[in-house]
Design a protein around this ligand. Structure first.
Ligand code: DQA
Length: 149
């Protein structure tokens, strides 16, 4: 069975409790369930990982290339700062889709810029946690279409 990696960055372990007016009441467990169910229906399994540490996320991106077809990634605050994560994404040959729960473009200006977007296959922003489901479907379409070329 083909595999996707679901990566979540800093503070996303606090979903449900953290600023619910911005991120809603659903928890990270709900996100993981949603992605796993969506992927499973299309014949994919999902390995999930959350970390508050930049280097851990770099490690996971590097490891993913050998055992997954794509990465769904909410880099959280590292989106706006991390050259290390950008370089990690650039160094692998599987697609990465960047996901944000909130509409970052309606928020503080420092959230408008993504260091990672230029090296990602796509970006989904502002659909709440449903964005993870949309990213899963988009990723699978991408993998299957590219496989057919
Ligand atoms: C976020 C947006 C980021 O700006 C923020 O630092 C997060 C969450 C989102 O999912 O909306 O932690 O990635």
């Amino acid at each position: 069975m083909k595999r996707l990696i679901l990566l979540n960055g800093p503070n996303l372990n606090m979903l449900g409790k953290r600023e619910p007016e911005t991120y809603g009441r659903k928890t990270l467990k709900d996100v993981v369930r949603l992605v796993k169910d969506t992927a499973w229906e299309k014949g994919y399994e999902v390995e999930d990982y959350q970390s508050n540490h930049e280097g851990d996320l770099v490690d996971r991106i590097q490891m993913a290339e050998d055992n997954a077809a794509g990465i769904l990634f909410n880099p959280a605050a590292y989106t706006h700062t991390s050259i290390a994560l950008r370089d990690a994404i650039s160094s692998i040959n599987i697609p990465v889709i960047e996901v944000h729960i909130s509409n970052v473009h309606q928020r503080e200006t420092f959230r408008h810029h993504s260091m990672l977007a230029p090296v990602c296959a796509g970006q989904i922003v502002g659909f709440g946690i449903d964005g993870y489901r949309l990213a899963t479907l988009g990723m699978i379409e991408k993998i299957e279409n590219e496989g057919r070329k």
